[in-house]
Design a protein. Structure first.
Length: 548
């Protein structure tokens, strides 16, 4: 515990759980560590009533007890921050549960039956357990109460843990929750939150639980990500009493194909997905795009949850609702706009991300600054190296800045109908997608690398056309180069044909009346759309930059 910072509470913490979960013992230690009062709700109820809880039950019945309990709870959570241990049945009462959820932070101390039996084996003051087989009684209680306890804000697994271990887990959780950023995305017809923080995948179950109409989900994850993070997600779902089925897909851009879309949707239908059963995308942009398109089209639309595990997907593809798959003709030419219910961006998952993938994701953050946020670009120039070094503080800030920027852009142009709206997010993408298509999406160029190079090409083009100061183009190239991202075609290990690239460009999604809608620049943070770029301009640009 010595390595955890001292925490300041701004609201009470309420510990819930069955007898033997350790609510009182852990609550007292937690209160001591945080220098706040500890309150035992049962003691406060008896003090208010002037008799024991057993007497209240015997003389007035459970309904009167629950009424009094609710009254006492309302008084307790209205006081200054404290640690409150409740009776095992308090959270089962709907009015009391809603009160605690509104006024306090609720934490369920989850124990299995063996842990509880071990802890209460020497207790003689548990009347509820003295009327039969203890294990059977506890299992029946768990069946009734655990689905309701799962509605707590956060869940701590206490299986066979020592008290000190559980206390450390709670403090670690509170520290991460305090540092978590919540960014609201508000669109014309829907809204959702982006949760950004470290180690929050461990609490994915509680984060999504209130959004579910049915306590079942389908998880789609690529095989590499599944090996690293699937168990953390499923452990959290198990604790939150959410059942799940898993569909694994191959890693890599080529997975975003009609063939794999057919495989995924067939599996969903064969396993009996229903219209209210959410799909969780666990992985990078490829997984999110494919899963999102499957969610948008299966049964004409099922709920969709994004848990991005790459920097690129956390700052870009998981937010905004673009989903889709590639074809031999071009990238993302088949797809749909389909917004998620929630985005959970755990920066801790980036610890396992290869440095090349991290740099590729960083390109999308820089792109946001280049579009219309000079301060963000300057921030990247100053702190970009910290992001590449996986500094959690700067990663969280960068993700929030990029997502907030994107939310601002798409707020009034969700479906990319305004040439001065969401289209601007495509800066560098037309040329970037062309490079990816020419290389066959085979991994020689990652999407973020293609975006970085595409942005550099656009700045070079605009400087040649007299639209952008050469000094701004130099800054852009210098920054991408310092990070280790490609800035010119001549620097690529593969020779590319200018004619082939122009052929790919003709299949760009932004072609209108035979002309491509390009995102051009008057400088850093000054973008605009134009259809006045000629084929000759592009051909000369590509030849000058190293094409054959």
């Amino acid at each position: 515990m010595s390595n955890l910072p001292k925490l300041t509470l701004n609201r009470p913490i309420v510990l819930i759980g069955l007898m033997g979960a350790g609510k009182t013992t852990i609550g007292k230690k937690l209160a001591h560590y945080l220098s706040v009062p500890f309150i035992d709700s049962d003691y406060e109820i008896e003090k208010t009533a002037g008799c024991t809880i057993a007497d209240i039950f015997e003389q007035y019945g459970e309904n009167e007890f629950r009424r009094l309990e609710h009254q006492v709870m309302r008084r307790l959570v209205g006081q200054s921050p404290a640690i409150l241990a409740t009776g095992g049945g308090a959270f089962m009462h709907e009015q009391t549960r809603n009160l605690l959820k509104e006024k306090a932070t609720t934490i369920w101390l989850h124990c299995d039956v063996d842990t509880i039996l071990d802890r209460i084996s020497h207790h003689t003051h548990r009347p509820l357990l003295n009327s039969g087989d203890k294990r059977e009684i506890l299992l029946n209680l768990m069946d009734k109460r655990y689905p309701v306890y799962a509605k707590a804000d956060w869940i701590i697994s206490c299986q066979h843990n020592q008290i000190e271990t559980t206390l450390t887990q709670i403090l670690f959780l509170l520290d991460k929750v305090n540092q978590m950023h919540i960014l609201p995305i508000k669109l014309s017809n829907t809204s959702y939150n982006v949760h950004i923080g470290s180690h929050i995948l461990q609490q994915a179950g509680p984060l999504i639980s209130s959004l579910l109409s049915v306590k079942k989900v389908f998880i789609i994850a690529d095989e590499n990500v599944a090996a690293l993070h699937l168990n953390t997600l499923t452990d959290s779902l198990n604790l939150a009493q959410i059942s799940y089925e898993t569909i694994l897909i191959p890693p890599g851009e080529n997975t975003k194909s009609i063939h794999n879309y057919e495989i995924v949707t067939n599996q969903l239908l064969e396993r009996g997905i229903e219209r209210k059963t959410p799909i969780i995308a666990l992985g990078g942009g490829v997984t999110g795009d494919l899963s999102g398109f499957a969610a948008a089209t299966t049964l004409r639309g099922v709920p969709f949850i994004q848990i991005p595990t790459t920097l690129l997907s956390q700052v870009d593809s998981s937010v905004g609702g673009k989903t889709g798959i590639n074809t031999p003709t071009g990238k993302n030419l088949i797809g749909a706009f389909y917004q998620p219910e929630i985005v959970i961006a755990d920066t801790h998952t980036l610890d396992t991300l290869p440095i090349r993938e991290l740099k590729a994701g960083y390109a999308e953050i820089v792109k946001a600054g280049l579009i219309d946020d000079v301060e963000l670009f300057e921030w990247c120039e100053k702190y970009g190296q910290y992001i590449i070094q996986k500094d959690q503080k700067y990663l969280t800030t960068a993700i929030e800045k990029a997502c907030a920027f994107k939310a601002r852009i798409i707020k009034n142009d969700e479906y990319e109908q305004n040439s001065k709206g969401r289209n601007l997010l495509n800066l560098g993408h037309s040329l970037g997608h062309t490079l990816e298509a020419e290389l066959g999406y085979d991994g020689r160029m990652l999407h973020g690398e293609a975006v970085a190079l595409g942005c550099c090409l656009i700045f070079k083009l605009c400087t040649k056309m007299g639209l952008c100061p050469e000094s701004d183009t130099h800054r852009v190239i210098q920054h991408f180069s310092a990070i280790g991202l490609p800035t010119s075609i001549k620097g690529l290990p593969t020779k590319l044909s200018a004619s082939n690239l122009l052929t790919h460009l003709k299949h760009d999604k932004k072609v209108k009346d035979g002309k491509i809608l390009f995102i051009l620049v008057n400088g850093i943070g000054k973008t605009f759309t134009s259809q006045e770029v000629t084929e000759n301009d592009l051909y000369q640009l590509l030849i000058d930059d190293g094409c054959i």
